[in-house]
Write a protein of this length. Sequence first.
Length: 259
Amino acid sequence: METKHIKVEYKNRWALVKISRPKAMNAINSDILDELSAVLDQLNENDDIRAIAFTGEGKAFIAGADIAEMKDMTTIQARDFATKGHQTFEKIEKSLKPTIAAVNGYALGGGCELALACDIRIAGASAQFGQPEVCLGIIPGFGGTQRLTKLIGPAKAKELLYTSKRISAEEALEMGLVNHVFADDELYDELDKLVAEIVDKSSVILSIAKDAVDGGLEKEIDDGLKYETNLFAMCFCTHDQTEGMDAFLNKREAKFSDK
């Protein structure tokens, strides 16, 4: 598939998706959303790909949505643009494969929102995060008000939304917005290490684990525990549960078949 603004690097059982519009600091426009959506469909259907990571080309992760494109939108056009963003980012959030954002540089507005849609976020030391939309007379439209609140809580989310301030990678780490911060020149080496620890596991069991966490977020604790119980039991109808436990008991390395 040919794309203008999305580059895909195929690694050892995983893919690195690069947003590539460096002259515009990788600002998201409709074309990028269309391309990203199509790329995600291909990667999500590719059984050889066990994880998907995202980063930005050049000095920014994604500096936001394209203001030039948004400026003269009508209400209907703005709704359509937000809907397209939601649909694309939901393909990240609901992917059966683990997703990781490797944030280099600015992750502002739509960039922060794309990172929020991922399972795991790591950042270079110089990365900056923020939702500056109110300075433009709008609010986040790609899920920022919802995912940010669930991740760091309403008080911190409202502070970031109301003030539009940018926070450093270390500040993002302190409030739980990112999992790890690394030196800028070590970010992609650390990404390789992290993904390597993931892709040697059973993709079937990883998808069940993701379902257990995400499915439980909207439930009361008792319902969440029941949901976990059912998914736990489901693992015992897989070949990989048998293989994993047999390997452990016989002190050998498990060879998962993703079945």
